[in-house]
Design a protein around this ligand. Structure first.
Ligand SMILES: Cc1ncc(C[n+]2csc(CCOP(=O)(O)OP(=O)(O)O)c2C)c(N)n1
Ligand code: SF4
Ligand SMILES: [Mg+2]
Length: 288
């Protein structure tokens, strides 16, 4: 059983005061302490962005990778050792921009990993440029007025469902109770899970702030929404205006990638013997 103490991160948190990432980290810790997964069997992969510093703030086996590349790396981690519970933390700029192709192909493959997409509608770390999730009209140095950002944002939930993800939800970092429930379900789901997490950036995106989401979000699970109905889920995904649904949109059981793959004779990579001498020679051959 994982305890809060075991998850205590080594580094000082440098997120801005009031940043929505704090709520996501708190919900993640609560989720992990409620799971029946040994600490050593959890693996976290992140990209690059404010959100992706999360491995430094929580004590997990983790890989802080490249911008846009966390999902394929997580796929590799998962296939090399299917005993691991593999989770991914990425941003909207990262995964709806450079990493978008990886999101869609991992969805089609139904890779058994859970992706938590910290969606603040902005490239936070690099100082506020408009991201693929920025609202039309969002003003920044890279989207000056008029007209500000000249196109509508990517709809993560709609995209993930049409891409083939078998668990798709939207959370809000200001609704801890629901976020813990959603994260728990996403991790337990056997297949590709995407959770779009609405996360205010206090410093750059002054439109998508706490008041904006507090006034608009409502629970999908308090309506008669049927999560097994893909068409209804897509319809609800595009309800994004005065009212913004949060909760589970879609869930389906389907064979996952590892289940359909022929494993090498020796089994998954983790069961192969590693020749450390040869590995060192390979590393040395790549050193300048
Ligand atoms: C391959 C690559 N492209 C671009 C960058 C520059 N870069 C670093 S973070 C970032 C944007 C981060 O935005 P987002 O993913 O939304 O994360 P946030 O900071 O908002 O949490 C960019 C463009 C990079 N480091 N590597
Ligand atoms: S710049 Fe925005 S996303 Fe980054 S830490 Fe500050 S408030 Fe959070
Ligand atoms: Mg962002």
């Amino acid at each position: 059983m994982i305890t809060e103490e075991m998850l205590e991160g080594a580094q000082k948190i440098t997120w801005c005061t009031g940043c929505g990432n704090f709520g996501i980290l708190a919900a993640l810790k609560k989720t992990l302490t409620g799971l029946d997964v040994p600490h050593h069997n959890l693996a976290m992969v992140s990209g690059i962005g404010c959100n992706s510093k999360i491995p430094h703030y929580i004590n997990l086996n983790a890989f802080h990778t490249l911008h846009g590349r966390a999902i394929p790396i997580a796929q590799g981690v998962h296939l090399a050792n299917t005993d691991l519970t593999t989770i991914v933390h990425v941003g909207d700029g990262d995964t709806l921009g450079e990493g978008l192709g990886h999101l869609l192909h991992a969805a089609r493959r139904n890779v058994n990993i859970a992706v938590f997409l910290h969606n603040n509608g902005v490239n936070g770390l690099t100082k506020g440029q408009f991201s693929p999730a920025a609202p039309r009209g969002y003003v920044s140095k890279t989207s000056p007025p008029p007209p500000g950002a000249p196109m509508d944002p990517v709809n993560t939930v709609g995209l993930a469902i049409t891409g083939g993800a078998t668990f798709v939800a939207r959370g809000f970092s200001g609704d801890q109770k629901m976020l813990v429930e959603i994260m728990t379900r996403a991790i337990k789901h056997k297949g590709f899970a995407v959770v779009d997490i609405l996360q205010p950036c206090m410093t750059w995106n002054r439109t998508l702030n706490w008041a904006f989401y507090n006034e608009r979000t409502y629970s999908l699970q308090e309506t008669d929404h049927d999560i097994s109905n893909r068409w209804n889920a897509i319809e609800r995904a595009f309800e994004y205006g005065d009212k913004i649904p949060i909760g589970v949109f879609y869930e389906k059981e389907e064979p996952d990638l590892a289940g359909g793959l022929a494993l090498p004779e020796k089994g998954p990579l983790k069961d192969h013997e590693t020749d450390l001498k040869k590995l060192q020679e390979l590393i040395d051959s790549m050193t300048l």
